[in-house]
Design a protein. Structure first.
Lengths: 431, 181
């Protein structure tokens, strides 16, 4: 009995620690034409233990993107930390296209770290990019993400999105009690913190384009209502509390309006809500369900889900003409569309014979294809560099987040050690 | 919400209390409670009064029987739906009619209709679908004479499943409208 109690104590003590442990990364599939890169461990020239292993974070970031395949340290023939020490022939033999080297030093007081990194092109035998940057002891992870962004852009020509954030909702069930949390974390799932906690459902987080606020739906009053929360101050404001549905908020590109679904006039319709004047502009008018509206980046069009045809399908509408045009005809269920950043693609949820997947199509509805292969995928949200889509899925009966590249070539999961994770929303660029 | 349900349950038979108390939490209890309620209706009216005429007796019996049946019908408070559907199934018309006649006779009584969906599909579409399910129940009640002011609709979409699990058994129990007095 005593032993049992002790074990219970141990288990619960562990749980308390693990409750909001970070999301872990699990890569399931990488791209076939990934660029080989060796991220050599950075030399620690300080006499302190470093708060974060910069090279390891960069290595993980690049590998996760699916655009790179990294070389394990134990396969490296040498561990250079500056460009002059890089023997290109060795790296060429190892099949590497690029080598990243670097070192960390600190000021006398050990309060600031200086990181010198250099990216070398093996075939052209030259330095591609290099920098000396500094950070406080707490900023080391951020600094590693910033270097990852630089490397990613130098090689692919596309801005890196490793320094961005994700918002998501976790659900923890303890007997009859539910605890919903609106969480904010780095794009790799680390450094998570709670923005809002409630015993009632929280859903549909949407980032403002200036990345200062998040709009979401909370049932805290017993009814759904839309709230806006300032990320820095934590201050919340209830925006709508109409009779019936208050759902699906999404910021306009200029952050002045929110697209939202309300049923105050009878059934689910899409409205544009002007935040400063608290005025509503009704955009749809049909007895079918109209919801899940998403702005194009130029703010001129929306895509949305409507079951006016009998099944949920995706429609596009010009905001001047206001004549909805149906985009999807394949399958009985196509919903929750999101424009790509360049407005050329739409990502959405498609039901194949029985499973729900994330799919992609051109903005005119052509060229539809399925990106994911798990059965209950939903809530796609695109990374600000347009390369990846984060979405919610289920694995082993538990809600987890998945990430897939927009071409479907690479995939990874961000499983949480505790609770259900859902409703991801990728932030815009933060700087 | 639970407290109100509990208060109301006190006025009814024990089986009802179990049914109502569990409605928002567990369905396994609900399953066992439903047959009990039906049995209660079948065995009712068995006791008679020999001093009354046979006709009076029969009338009283019939009345008591009808009341019991109505009350038993009203114990059905969860109405299930087919996948992606929001029309009221035939089997729930009689119980809903019983609720309607109670609400017509008791105009001060108010109800909340909670619309729910299974986990499949998108959350926001499901919130709208849950509302449409609750609205179709509301419409049935209104057609049967219930005043709109007695009805409130709230949709939880897929956020509040009655049964956990990713299989048809769980899903069929989660596509529902729950009527709360």
């Amino acid at each position: 009995m005593l032993l049992f109690l002790f074990r219970v104590f141990l288990v619960s003590a562990f749980c308390v620690q693990a409750v909001y442990a970070e999301l872990r990364i699990e890569i399931t599939k990488g791209s076939d034409d990934a660029v080989p890169i060796a991220v050599v461990p950075f030399t620690n020239r300080t006499n302190l233990a470093l708060p974060a292993d910069i090279a390891r974070i960069i290595d993980a970031n690049l590998l996760r993107s699916g655009d790179f395949v990294t070389l394990p340290t134990n396969k490296m023939l040498s561990l250079p930390d500056k460009s002059g020490d890089v023997y290109f022939r060795d790296w060429k033999m190892l099949g590497q296209s690029f080598v990243l080297v670097g070192q960390v030093s600190s000021d006398a007081a050990g309060r600031r770290f200086h990181v010198q990194y250099e990216l070398m092109d093996v075939y052209n035998q030259k330095r591609v990019v290099g920098e000396l940057i500094s950070s406080s002891t707490t900023g080391m992870r951020q600094l590693a993400h910033r270097i990852s962004d630089k490397i990613y852009e130098a090689i692919t020509g596309v801005r890196g999105a490793f320094s961005t954030k994700i918002a998501y909702v976790t659900l923890d069930l303890k007997g009859d009690d539910a605890e919903y949390r609106l969480q904010l974390a780095d794009a790799d799932g680390q450094r998570s913190k709670t923005l809002f906690k409630s015993a009632k459902p929280v859903l549909s987080p949407s980032w403002s384009n200036d990345a200062t606020r998040i709009a979401y739906v909370s049932f805290e009053s017993g009814r759904p209502a839309i709230y806006i929360q300032n990320i820095k101050t934590g201050k919340r404001k209830q925006i709508t509390n109409f009779r019936g549905l208050n759902s699906s908020p999404m910021w306009s590109p200029d952050d002045k309006k929110l697209l939202m679904t309300l049923s105050k006039d009878g059934n689910a319709e899409i409205y544009s809500y002007h935040i400063a004047s608290a005025s509503l502009d009704r955009l749809t008018n049909h007895y079918g369900i109209d919801t899940e509206g998403s702005w194009s980046r130029d703010g001129r069009r929306i895509v949305f889900t409507s079951d006016r045809s009998g099944t949920p399908q995706i429609y596009e509408m010009d905001l001047v003409e206001r004549r909805p045009e149906r985009l999807t005809f394949k399958g009985r269920y196509n919903a929750r569309p999101r424009f790509s950043y360049d407005g050329e693609k739409v990502y959405f949820v498609h039901k194949s014979t029985r499973d729900y997947h994330i799919a992609s199509m051109n903005a005119d509805g052509t060229d539809q294809y399925i990106l994911t292969d798990t059965p209950l995928d939903e809530s796609p949200s695109v990374s600000p560099n347009g390369r990846m889509i984060i979405y919610a899925t289920k694995r082993n009966g538990k809600g987890v987040l998945g990430v897939v590249s927009v071409d479907g070539d690479s995939k990874y999961f961000l499983p949480s050690s505790h609770g259900e994770v859902r409703e991801p929303s990728w932030s815009p660029f933060l700087n | 919400m639970k407290l109100e349900a509990f208060k109301h349950g006190l006025a009814l038979v024990l089986a009802t209390t179990v049914l109502v108390g569990c409605e928002t939490t567990s369905t396994s209890d609900q399953e066992s409670a439903e047959p009990t309620a039906e049995q209660g209706a079948q065995t009712s009216g068995a006791a008679g009064d020999e001093q009354l005429t046979e006709q009076q007796l029969a009338e009283q019996k019939a009345q008591a029987q009808a009341e019991k049946e109505q009350s038993a019908m009203r114990e059905v408070r969860t109405f299930y739906f087919d996948l992606d559907q929001s029309s009221v199934k035939a089997e729930f018309r009689a119980p809903l009619a019983a609720h309607a006649s109670y609400l017509v006779q008791n105009p001060s009584a108010k109800i909340v209709l909670e619309g729910h969906c299974d986990e499949r599909g998108t959350k926001e579409y499901n919130i709208a679908l849950g509302e449409r399910r609750a609205n179709s129940v509301a419409q049935f009640l209104k057609v049967n004479g219930v005043s709109a002011s007695q009805i409130e609709v709230v949709s939880y979409g897929e956020e509040s499943p009655a049964v956990a699990g990713s299989n048809e058994t769980a899903w069929s129990k989660n596509r529902r409208v729950v009527l709360q007095y």
